[in-house]
Write a protein that binds this ligand. Structure first.
Ligand code: SAM
Length: 280
């Protein structure tokens, strides 16, 4: 849709509504229209697409999503932002719905239906919890069509990490066992108001095919155990998980290895054997 060209600059919106950034709400605002348009292009064309945005704040990314032709549903916890978002909703002529509340408490599939793209400059304090929840969606393919999310660069690197390094862990396995994850581009800390301490990066995740006969919950328990004590050998870290050591033997995986040396496919194979053992 075409947003009216006479929308006030975001800096004015922030000043007029007294939206000084609250650290406790993870508020670091993006005001650069070109950068925001670049983020909105990451999922591909959004023309006519449903987009779910968590934490619109003063609405910079929301504007870019609307400019890209999306129909946006945005959930914002900070009530101070609501009048500014109501102004934007009125300019957007029915293309923007704002929900006042906590994103952790939303029943997303019921609110949005299937096929929504999630695009968000996430509040750092709930970012990883939301990502894990989206990756662990019960049905697969999930209710969401893609995730385009801003994270601290260190978290982004953990999401796309490959085996063998210290960044490889639970987040990488959860993000890669049935999804494709990549870093779209880094974002300099100076792009934010106020600047956070570290560089950020936009991550893009698309659902892939789920390997058969593996339950997400089993993989979660397995990665929790394996990476909960990541310096230990698997024979030690997986000791408390019934059937796990037998699974290693059956798969020919050396129990003296550490979790970070296994591949995502190895974790999937172990989880499949654990599920088979429970079903038997
Ligand atoms: N999207 C805006 C931008 O890019 O400039 C703001 C991003 S700021 C990093 C994160 C936003 O998430 C803030 O507006 C904050 O109030 C909001 N927020 C924090 N916790 C939230 C929660 N649990 N549910 C919904 N919004 C939340």
């Amino acid at each position: 849709m075409t947003l009216p060209s006479d929308l006030p600059p975001l800096r004015d919106v922030i000043a007029r509504h007294g939206l000084s950034a609250e650290k406790s709400l993870g508020q670091n605002f993006l005001l650069d229209g070109q950068l925001l348009d670049r983020i909105a292009r990451v999922p591909g064309s959004l023309e006519g697409q449903r987009v779910y945005e968590v934490g619109p704040g003063p609405g910079g990314l929301t504007r870019a999503l609307l400019r890209a032709g999306a129909r946006v549903t945005a959930v914002e916890r900070d009530r101070r932002c609501l009048p500014a978002l109501a102004e934007l909703a009125s300019a957007a002529q029915g293309q923007l719905d704002v929900i006042a509340g906590d994103a952790m408490a939303i029943d997303e599939a019921a609110t949005l239906g299937r096929g929504a793209h999630i695009v968000a400059n996430l509040p750092y304090n709930v970012g990883t919890a939301l990502l894990v929840r989206w990756l662990n969606a019960g049905d697969w393919p999930p209710w969401w069509a893609s995730l385009t999310l801003m994270f601290q660069k260190e978290v982004a690197e953990r999401i796309v990490a490959q085996p063998g390094g210290s960044a490889f862990g639970r987040l990488a396995v959860l993000a890669q066992w049935r999804s494709r994850a990549r870093i779209a581009f880094p974002v300099n800390r100076a792009a934010f108001v106020p600047p956070p301490k570290v560089t950020s990066a936009v991550v893009h995740i698309e659902p892939g095919e789920a390997p058969p006969d593996v339950r997400g919950r089993t993989l979660e328990r397995l990665t929790e155990a394996a990476f909960g004590q990541r310096r230990k050998m698997l024979r030690q870290s997986l000791k408390g998980l019934p059937g796990a050591l037998d699974a290693l033997t059956e798969l020919g995986l050396d129990p003296a290895r550490r979790a970070e040396t296994l591949s995502v496919a190895d974790f999937v194979a172990i989880a499949r054997l654990l599920d088979r053992a429970t079903a038997a």
